[in-house]
Design a protein around this ligand. Structure first.
Ligand SMILES: Cc1ncc(C[n+]2csc(CCOP(=O)(O)OP(=O)(O)O)c2C)c(N)n1
Ligand code: SF4
Ligand SMILES: [Mg+2]
Length: 285
């Protein structure tokens, strides 16, 4: 039973040796196991990209959506069956670029899901173009003279749009990352984990040595202090790791009364009010 989330059959994992995605997969599998969850209780929704292949390498329910569409699918899965542990995961391009609108509006809705963004600061699958989080000056396969605009700031954006759980971690320390991930999954509401990791093939700048040199773990940080979280997020020289902000929030399915007392019951298990249904059908006749 202990290896229950591992793929039981041998499969080829189509990531380069040394890719940070291996560490993210390992961290997630360990965290799910430590939380005592079984594969039946977990759904991972992703989009398209190297990161988005991950659910296929984990033994659980999954949905591979279009590029940028991990979040709306995850929101829907959780709405239909609140008992499931729902994880939306994908790359920095898929989540902050093509899926940028969904990123903003999922934060506003606040569904009870965990959003793991594999942030390698590059479009990995399509061979190394600059992504929303590529740093200014970094040379890519397309921007050969260096990327010339400032990167998108997911942490500041999540904070300013009212996210209740905002964290950044890195594959340089999988133990600390796993602890943050555990808290994100346990958190009731939308939880962002910006998971920094190296793309050894297409991002030669932000490698493991760079992450070690340019990140630090928060210590004695007051997670309820939003002003402090904003000020930390504005420091682009050294990137803070850990939970920057955490606050109790009303989750999506409790914001309105459309589920009333069926609130935590899966759609398939909710009792139908046949008389009400007949009245509704009659009203269209
Ligand atoms: C609408 C749309 N635009 C572009 C693509 C091509 N495309 C597929 S994956 C990808 C890049 C993915 O980058 P990222 O999300 O950062 O994931 P990574 O491969 O780096 O893990 C792109 C541009 C697509 N499939 N659909
Ligand atoms: S191209 Fe980069 S992101 Fe894709 S598998 Fe290779 S190292 Fe990982
Ligand atoms: Mg990427």
């Amino acid at each position: 039973m202990s290896n229950i989330f591992e793929m039981e059959r041998k499969i080829d994992i189509a990531w380069c040796p040394g890719c940070g995605n291996f560490m993210i997969r390992k961290t997630l599998i360990e965290t799910l196991k430590n939380l005592g969850l079984t594969p039946e209780q977990v759904v991972i929704c992703s989009g398209i990209g190297q990161a988005a292949k991950m659910p296929q390498y984990i033994n659980c329910n999954y949905f591979n959506g279009l590029h940028g569409r991990s979040l709306p699918v995850a929101t829907a899965v959780k709405a239909v069956n609140p008992k499931l542990t729902v994880i939306a995961e994908s790359g920095d391009g898929c989540t902050y670029g093509e899926g940028g609108n969904h990123f903003l509006h999922t934060i506003r809705r606040n569904p009870d899901i965990t959003n793991i963004v594999h942030n390698n600061m590059v479009y990995g699958l399509t061979k190394g173009q600059g992504s929303p989080t590529t740093m200014k000056g970094v040379k890519t396969t397309v921007q050969v003279n260096g990327y010339f605009i400032e990167p998108f700031d997911p942490i500041g954006t999540a904070l300013s749009n009212g996210a209740g759980f905002v964290a950044r971690v890195c594959t340089t320390d999988t133990e600390k990352s796993a602890e943050v991930l555990k808290q994100a999954i346990e958190y009731s509401g939308y939880a962002l984990i910006d998971f920094l990791h190296p793309c050894v093939t297409f991002n030669k700048h932000n490698n493991i040595a760079w992450y070690k040199e340019n990140t630090y773990w928060l210590d004695n940080h007051d997670e309820s202090d939003i002003e402090k979280a904003f000020s930390i997020s504005r420091d682009k020289q050294k990137l803070a790791l850990g939970i920057l902000y955490k606050k109790d929030m009303t989750v999506f399915r409790k914001k309105d009364n459309f589920y009333t007392d069926d609130n935590d019951i899966a759609l398939t298990e909710r009792k139908r009010d046949v008389a009400k249904l007949n009245n509704l059908i009659d009203s269209f006749r």
